[in-house]
Design a protein around this ligand. Structure first.
Ligand code: GDP
Length: 533
């Protein structure tokens, strides 16, 4: 049934939406930048409202107490704000000790990403890992080089660092003048305007004086000898840097680069203005059968994250669903495809800007939270008509492994049940080696292990502990024909395990073992990710 009015409404709402996440290494300034963005969006009115979760400084018990105190902390999972008529969804990418597979999965639910780099550090390990995830969908990336008010690497070196380490072409859209004590501001290479920096902004929203053009003689007045340096830099950029190409940015091949200082609120508005101008809105999403356009009037959504309630009085979980097409209306009935059941979504959390109340609808690009008691899994698709299964929300190869030790052998069944359910929820990955009866947990972040042990005790009444195990990474293996796979299975029995879904996984104990095996077995595919069934 066609409904032109609804189609128009959805088109209009899709065009307004920007859903993104921030990728950065801890301490690069993600929290500070988030706060400034929310200030511009009017979602918060005071600095200091966004709390960073520096869990590395706390024991796990403190961390869980913190979770409990803050309720389910869904409020910080999706920060929605309005800016210049756009509805912006900023999805939190947990980054300190709570860095986990969720951090990766959130990136499968965004349409673009903002990369924050510390000017003194350049590209760091976590940035690199998150970039790899963005690569899976060629997510467009805008870069912000932060902390220009401190002495850091030379801007040209920073660009070279990004290009070499992240294999993405850089195109600066602003250029810094000096750094540290000498930092005078940025020059916009788009509209030839100079934004002067003053250290006594004091976090107020203010952008300094605006000039016109690099040839403006007043530049020398303001910048002194740094004016010539700027002119030289600009000449070098125009000769050496690649011109901005929106198509290449949208394909994830080129990243526009901005410079600033989040803590001084400098360069942030420029970043935000360019973000809404450049970043894509919700795009088509792949399913096992076809691509779904966001503007389709039938509703569809996919679950990319499940968060357990740390409060023991409320054992429910919240499933985070990204809407991929149509319109969500509170109370609507949708089909839960994996289990073939219709459910009514009555108590959804619809994330919205703080100053609006009574919002009961959501559109593509928006995230809704659904309460459930464990029936929903990561990757589950919900629609109101057609039977579909979205793809692109995989499991990611863990980098940390522990063997689970059961304190009471009588509780083996309980342990298995608990671990399987927690694995389905995506809190940890579970592996059963082919040659012994160990339970191996795999995770992307180490804090996940402690959380699992605490939840096994809390929710399943199982006392478990864990111990180190010498494993390096995991690769899901497959081959064109079963015979090849069988031979591989026989030859590498000791390195193989099954995951919670019974899929075959290679668990090498070193990088060398992985590389030599990949080389020796060219007919076997070693995958870093695995789609959910
Ligand atoms: P996150 O771990 O990426 O969320 O980083 P935070 O936003 O918590 O920032 C880490 C530290 O860097 C904090 O002490 C901030 O005050 C500081 N910081 C953030 N932005 C800037 C900046 O532009 N200049 C300077 N000098 N420090 C900054």
């Amino acid at each position: 049934m066609s409904n032109p009015a609804l189609a128009k409404e959805i088109q209009r709402e899709v065009a307004k939406r920007r859903t993104f996440g921030i990728i950065s290494h801890p301490d690069a300034g993600k929290t500070t930048l988030t706060e400034k963005l929310l200030l511009f969006g009017g979602a918060i009115s005071m600095a200091g409202t966004v709390k960073s979760r520096k869990a590395s400084r706390y024991a796990v018990s403190d961390w869980m107490a913190m979770e409990r105190e803050r309720g389910i902390s869904v409020t910080s999972s999706v920060m929605k704000f309005e800016y210049e008529g756009f509805e912006i969804n900023l999805l939190d990418t947990p980054g300190h000790a709570d860095f986990s597979e969720d951090t990766y999965r959130v990136l499968t639910a965004v349409d673009s990403a903002l990369m924050v780099i510390d000017s003194a550090k350049g590209v760091e390990t976590q940035t690199k890992k998150l970039m790899d995830v963005c690569r899976l969908r060629d997510t467009p990336i805008i870069s912000f080089i932060n902390k220009m008010d401190r002495d850091g690497l030379e801007p040209f070196d920073l660009l070279a660092d990004i290009e070499q380490n992240l294999k993405i072409e850089c195109t600066p859209l602003t250029w810094p003048i000096g750094m540290g004590k000498e930092f005078r501001g940025t020059y916009s290479l788009v509209d030839n305007k100079l934004h002067l920096f003053s250290a006594d902004h004091g976090g107020r929203i203010q952008q300094g004086i605006v000039f016109d053009g690099a040839d403006d003689p007043r530049l020398d007045e303001y910048l002194g000898r740094q004016a010539q340096q700027l002119r030289d830099d600009i000449e070098l950029i125009s000769g050496a840097a690649n011109p901005f190409d929106k198509e290449r940015y949208l394909r994830g091949e080129q990243t526009p680069v901005f410079f600033g200082s989040a803590i001084n609120n400098f360069g942030v508005q420029e970043l935000l203005d360019n973000f809404i101008r450049l970043a894509p809105g919700p795009g088509p999403r792949p399913t096992t059968t076809r691509e779904v356009e966001p503007t389709e009037t039938d509703f569809s959504g996919v679950v990319f994250k499940i968060q357990a309630n740390m409060d023991p009085r409320h054992r429910d979980r919240i499933a985070f669903m990204r809407i991929n097409s149509g319109k969500f209306v509170r109370g609507m009935k949708v089909m839960h495809h994996r289990i073939g059941k219709e459910i009514q979504i009555k108590d959804a959390t619809i994330f919205m800007a703080q100053d609006r109340s009574g919002v009961d609808v959501a559109y593509p690009g928006d995230i809704i939270g659904i309460h459930n008691h464990g029936t929903i899994k990561i990757g589950d698709t919900f629609t109101d008509r057609e039977s579909l299964k979205f793809t692109g929300i995989p499991n990611f190869a863990p980098e940390h492994f522990r063997r689970v030790r059961l304190k009471d052998p009588m509780k083996a069944k309980q342990l298995q049940k608990g671990l399987l359910q927690l694995a389905e929820e995506g809190a940890v990955q579970l592996f059963r080696p082919l040659t012994n009866s160990d339970y191996i947990m795999g995770a992307v972040g180490v804090l996940q292990f402690e959380v699992i042990v605490a939840r096994l005790k809390d929710e399943y009444n199982v006392d478990a502990a864990y111990e180190p195990v010498n494993l390096h990474t995991a690769r899901w293996v497959s081959a064109k024909d079963t015979k090849t796979l069988d031979t591989f299975r026989k030859n590498y029995m000791g390195d193989l395990a099954e995951d919670a879904q019974g899929e075959l996984v290679f668990l090498p104990n070193s990088m060398w073992r992985l590389e030599s095996t990949t080389e020796r077995c060219p007919e076997i595919t070693f995958a870093k990710t695995r789609e959910h069934n």
